[in-house]
Design a protein around this ligand. Structure first.
Ligand SMILES: [Zn+2]
Length: 385
């Protein structure tokens, strides 16, 4: 069954200007555990002493989630991760000719030697440790290099190979699609009788991270990386809430507690300083709010006319906003909700006029404000009679 890896505390902190204090990291990890996230990538202990200490504290919690650390292909990084008693270690190293030649000044065989030495070392220190090897920028690297390094990594003890679309380069429906890539890679492992789990790490530079991740899943990937609010380098990665909702509702995988997502998103948004856009799918303020008169009318009879997701799965409620687009049917529906359905026709028309006037000023009228408008119109009518 598919696993979800949340990287809000690692990739998410690579969002410009985002840093979570240790106590906030713990609170986020607590909620991720309550959501039922399979792997929590808690950080890269080498980066700072505080991250090291946060990773250690999270790993010490009695979580059902596996807690993991990020690590370069260096024994010193691995030692720091092992000190934190994590159950998962993500090791990365590039395999592209250009990068090896220009950045690392190393040939592929030397790189593979370094990768496999580190994996063997980590496994010897803790045989139960789940090890993931990521060839950085996998999809733009020479395929034969990826296969050579990944096969060597698995033979050295890696349990998971992650396909990273580090720059959000893949596009479904074109030559560079995740389904074909994962299928090809899996067949290379099959040929050698190796069975690592395949993970995918999809960046969102073209807004296709979720589509690519699902394409990879269809191709046989079993672990999908995501972050709260899709936080991460540049345009970030797959949004956690969108991924979990699709996997639950559309793929029928019932293993996550979606009711905790709102609290998690509010916490992360507050402490990252990144607002949740009002029109954001699943967690945005407007995600379940009907506005246009014709929509409100139909949705008030049966919400499924204009919804394909039920807000109750997230513990949220359907809303009806009144503004300049509202018609008499939506007003009547809203009046029913505030027990004012018996208003005279002319009062209803005056209330609607007022609502539309507010809407034209760029605001929506919620039920509390609607009550004030009704009171004012009633008062006006009594006074002018
Ligand atoms: Zn990334």
């Amino acid at each position: 069954m598919v696993w979800v890896l949340d990287s809000t505390l690692r990739e998410g902190e690579q969002t410009p200007g985002v840093y979570f204090d240790k106590h906030i990291k713990l609170a986020i990890a607590n909620l991720l555990n309550e959501v039922g996230i399979d792997i929590i990538e808690a950080g890269h202990p080498m980066v700072t002493q505080e991250i090291h200490s946060a990773v250690k504290s999270i790993a010490q919690k009695d979580f059902k989630s596996i807690v993991g650390a990020h690590s370069r292909s260096l024994k010193s990084d691995v030692d720091l991760a092992l000190e934190c008693s994590v159950g998962f270690l993500g090791i990365f190293y590039c395999v592209s000719e250009e990068r090896l030649n220009t950045v690392f000044k190393k040939d592929l065989d030397a790189a593979i030697q370094q990768i496999t030495d580190v994996i063997k070392y980590a496994k010897s220190q803790n045989p139960k440790l789940l090890i993931r090897y990521t060839p950085e920028d996998t999809v733009r690297s020479q395929f034969e290099n990826v296969v050579k390094a990944a096969v060597a990594a698995v033979e050295a003890g890696a349990d998971i190979i992650s396909v990273a679309d580090t720059t959000g380069y893949m596009v479904t429906g074109t030559q560079r699609n995740m389904y074909d890539y994962i299928s090809r890679l899996k067949s290379e492992f099959d040929k050698r009788n190796l069975k690592p789990k395949i993970a995918v790490h999809c960046h969102n530079d073209r807004g296709l991270a979720l589509a690519n991740a699902l394409d990879a899943y269809r191709g046989g990937a079993e672990i999908i990386d995501a972050t709260v609010l899709g936080l991460g380098e540049r345009a970030g990665i797959v949004d956690l809430a969108e991924l979990l909702v699709v996997l639950t509702v559309d793929y029928g995988i019932q293993k996550w507690n979606l009711q905790k997502l709102t609290e998690l998103y509010e916490l992360v948004s507050k402490h990252s300083g990144i607002p949740i856009p009002a029109n954001y799918p699943v967690t945005g303020k407007n995600a379940f709010t009907h506005c246009a008169g014709v929509h409100t009318h139909a949705a008030s009879i049966n919400p499924m006319h204009y919804e394909s997701l039920n807000p109750e799965i997230l513990g949220r409620e359907r809303n009806f906003a009144l503004d300049h687009m509202s018609g008499i049917a939506s007003l009547r529906y809203a009046l029913k909700l505030i027990n004012e359905e018996d208003l005279d026709e002319d009062i209803q028309q005056d209330v609607l006029k007022e609502v539309k006037a507010v809407g034209q000023r760029g605001r929506t009228v919620d039920l509390a404000e609607l009550k004030h408008i009704v009171d004012a119109v009633k008062h006006h009518q009594t006074y002018t009679k």
